[in-house]
Design a protein around this ligand. Structure first.
Ligand code: HEC
Ligand code: HEC
Length: 377
């Protein structure tokens, strides 16, 4: 396991049996797959840990590309390999390219530490946060991403469908994924070309249409469940120097200028089968809602009820440790195009424009204090 100063791979408090499961999942998460262990024929990276380095943010080297649309707006590119690009292929197979005319989006891996806490937040909390935005004077209007869920989804505690049969989803850059299980099954299948009992087909590649038949699951349910458990039981990133006077001062500014409306400093979990996740207050600095971030952050790509310029508020926990896993620099925002925290803030438009302008209007020393606070997360 990696030093928590560099990575975030440690568990929450677990009993002995859970510790064994966590350790099995940890090994599978950081294992490298090859063609003899199910990789491909199309893939983006060879293991979870290749993209989620030390369970923190990813690097543009392993960026994902999605194209077409995967929702009810109609997908004219499904027969051409949408939604996710098989950017790499085993020898003898043809990697895909985005077909002409398809809109595409690029995403680097978000932080995985703490996702078990995010999953244990009941819908009621997310709906309350959304309702509180209704009269926000800065124009913040976040909403949950309501989407359909896959047949294999296990219903989360405190989660209920809407009248149209859609559920609140919360994972992924546009919050279009319902649960950690769905995310992990998706990742094995689309990111690594590894089939499971949940997603038994190899990703469709329009350049090689012979590959759609069901194969024996390349990851078994036990291994997949251990990886789900590993992610679920990851500890939350802990802030450093929280009592330092500059950090405290910068944290107050963060609240005052409206960053905290979306990047919420505290959330609470509900019931959970895992004792250490039940009824906990924690500090993710997200609201699990999607927000219109303005035309400069519009990727012309929708998922569920998230529009093309709408993104889930990125949890800011682990932000200060991100450069340790990104080669000493920062690659922030969904596509990693911001190379510093300050640049990421300057890219906030739409619903976040007012708070970003307030940041710009702060004195240089106040800006620096706010950045010091963010680096302590
Ligand atoms: C090619 C890089 C890549 C690989 C390989 C990969 N991921 Fe991811 N992961 C991502 C990206 C990008 C997202 C955001 C996806 C989205 O927006 O839909 C993500 C999202 C997630 C999330 C949700 C985090 C959040 O807060 O939204 C979890 C959990 C996760 N991945 C776990 C895994 C596991 C487990 C594996 C291995 C089975 C894996 N990932 C493999 C890139 C990768
Ligand atoms: C209206 C909601 C909203 C407000 C207000 C807001 N943000 Fe964000 N923030 C987001 C969203 C959504 C993203 C993700 C955008 C993307 O990935 O393209 C984000 C991304 C970020 C990131 C990049 C994180 C990463 O890991 O890539 C940082 C840093 C950040 N915000 C800091 C701030 C600060 C500081 C403020 C106050 C000046 C602020 N935000 C105000 C919604 C908001």
């Amino acid at each position: 396991m990696i030093n928590p100063e560099e990575g975030l791979c440690g568990p929450i408090s677990l009993d002995n049996a859970q510790t064994v499961l966590f350790s099995t999942g940890n090994n599978a998460f950081f294992a490298t797959r090859t063609s003899s262990t199910g990789l491909g024929p199309y893939f983006v990276a060879t293991g979870c840990g290749a993209c989620h380095t030390s369970d923190n943010r990813g690097h543009p080297f392993t960026i994902l590309t999605r194209f077409g649309q995967s929702d009810t707006l109609g997908n004219t590119f499904l027969n051409e390999g949408a939604p996710q690009l098989g950017a790499f292929a085993l020898p003898g197979f043809m990697p895909e390219a985005v077909p002409p005319g398809a809109t595409s989006t690029r995403m680097i891996a978000p932080i995985t530490a703490g996702v078990g806490f995010l999953e244990a937040v009941p819908d009621s909390e997310i709906l309350n946060i959304a309702a509180a935005n209704a009269n926000n004077p800065d124009g913040v209007r976040g909403h949950p991403n309501w989407d359909t869920i896959p047949h294999f989804a296990i219903i989360l505690n405190g989660s209920f469908p809407r009248a149209d049969g859609k559920w609140i989803c919360r994972f992924g850059r546009k919050a279009s994924v319902y649960s950690i299980l769905q995310q992990v099954a998706n990742a094995y299948n689309r990111d690594m070309g590894v089939t499971s009992s949940y997603m038994p087909y190899n990703p469709y590649n329009y350049l090689d249409q012979t590959l759609q038949e069901i194969s024996t699951p390349e990851v078994d349910n036990t291994t997949l469940a251990s990886v789900v458990f590993y992610c679920t039981a990851l500890q939350t990133p802990e802030p450093r120097n929280a009592t330092d006077s500059t950090v405290v001062y910068g944290g107050n500014l963060f609240n005052q200028i409206g960053c905290a409306t979306c990047h919420r400093p505290t959330m609470a979990t509900g019931n959970s089968a895992i004792a250490a996740l039940a009824n906990q207050t924690f500090s993710p600095f997200t609201d699990l809602l999607v927000h219109d971030m303005g035309p400069a952050d519009d990727d012309h790509y929708t998922e569920g009820t998230a529009e093309t310029s709408e993104w889930r508020t990125t949890p800011l926990w682990g932000l200060g440790l991100a450069p340790n896993v990104q080669g000493g620099t920062s690659y922030l925002m969904h596509d990693g195009r911001a190379s510093s925290i300050q640049q990421a803030i300057e890219m906030h438009g739409g619903e976040a424009a007012v708070s970003a302008q307030r940041f710009g209007a702060l004195s240089a020393s106040d800006q620096s204090a706010l950045l010091t606070f963010l680096k302590s997360l």
